[in-house]
Write a protein that binds this ligand. Structure first.
Ligand code: MRU
Length: 347
């Protein structure tokens, strides 16, 4: 009954003064939960993709600070804040591209700075992190309702990477829209790209949708053009790690290729993301694109698939420019081009 497991359990949760996560590196073969009481372990979990996906790492960062506060032995507000700053730095340095991480950390620091006593700060920080986790699910559901209207009964929608329940606390952004469309009575089918090199599409999206009873077909990343030119795709929806004021979208490597191919075939390309994914300050060149280890590309599982010593370029994210994007679905509605203006109005 894995379908029920996914619907009732959360990607990341605060339980008995600890943080419980689904270990996503083990999916789809095993559903394993890990429990952490030290913020350094949360940092490690984010770094090693035990938890991944922009909204999920935003909330995990917040829970990391909640653990740091809970276990701090500081007796003054100043010392506690300095412990939290240290933990914030460790958590922040885990992954550079998703803005939700710094958003989550900053939200907690704001609350901590407002507290008067050590006890008050500890309580407030834990309560805020728990509240952020609850809000994440509600925001995804709102986003789902807003986006569901963009798709017709019997549409087949392509998605890339995993922007589902597993990338959030629950329900999902891009996959939340697909869930909401199906819940509204439409029959929406999904084409999921496998998303090399870490396979978030085949390991996570295919797993999540299959066990939710949503019709999903898996394709190799190299079949995006084939499926589009053969009329098998009516629309595309992906998530985002960061959206700039200009409408540039940072998302999993390969998103730019999918968007370009969608434009070539006149297929609408949508992005679903909460307001916490918008970064109104940075320019495209300011954002660090995470570069990951070569072994992700030179092997599949334990099997080596490239010669020893080969040079590798392995960026984890790319940038899709606004002209390729038909609309951005948020909890406050769907925005369209010109993005500079529509994003300003959104905030
Ligand atoms: O490297 P990952 O798995 O953290 O990358 C995740 C993505 O790129 C998702 O598409 C993005 O975070 C949106 S999740 C709702």
């Amino acid at each position: 009954m894995q379908f029920e497991i996914i619907m009732t359990l959360r990607t990341v949760e605060w339980k008995n003064d600890s943080v419980v996560m689904i270990d996503q590196t083990k999916l789809p073969n095993e559903l394993v939960f890990v429990q952490y009481t030290d913020y350094n372990d949360i940092a490690n979990a984010i770094r090693t993709l035990v938890v991944r996906g922009a909204p999920a790492i935003g909330v995990s960062g917040a829970f990391g600070l909640a653990l740091a506060a809970l276990h701090s032995s500081s007796e003054t507000k100043e010392d506690l804040l300095s412990d939290l700053e240290k933990a914030k730095k460790t958590l922040f340095e885990t992954r550079p591209t998703a803005v939700n991480l710094s958003w989550g950390l900053e939200k907690i620091m704001e609350i901590a700075r407002q507290g008067k006593t050590v006890f008050e700060i500890k309580d407030a920080v834990i309560a805020k992190a728990k509240q952020m986790a609850e809000e994440d699910i509600n925001i995804n559901k709102k986003m789902g309702k807003n986006g569901a209207e963009l798709f017709q009964d019997n549409d087949t929608i392509m998605t890339h990477c995993n922007a589902g329940a597993l990338a959030t606390v629950g329900y999902g952004t891009a996959l939340g829209v697909i869930r909401a469309a199906n819940e509204s009575g439409k029959n929406i089918k999904v084409i999921a790209t496998e998303t090399r090199p870490v396979q978030q599409g085949s390991r996570l999206t295919a797993f999540e949708l299959k066990h939710d009873g949503i019709d999903v077909s898996l394709i190799p990343d190299t079949a995006v053009g084939y499926t589009m030119v053969n009329g098998l795709v009516n629309g595309v929806i992906v998530g985002a790690d960061r959206i700039l004021q200009t409408g540039h979208v940072f998302n999993k490597i390969g998103t730019y290729q999918v968007a370009t191919m969608a434009k070539q075939h006149n297929i609408p390309f949508y992005v679903a993301a909460p307001l916490s994914t918008f970064d109104l300050e940075s320019r495209p060149e300011d954002v660090i694109i995470e570069q990951r280890k070569a072994s992700e590309v030179t092997s599949i599982g334990d099997k080596k698939t490239a010669p020893d010593g080969i040079d590798v370029i392995n960026p984890a994210f790319d940038i899709t420019p606004p002209e390729l994007i038909s609309g951005v679905i948020t909890e406050n509605g769907v925005i369209k081009s010109p993005y500079e203006e529509s994003i300003k109005k959104l905030f």
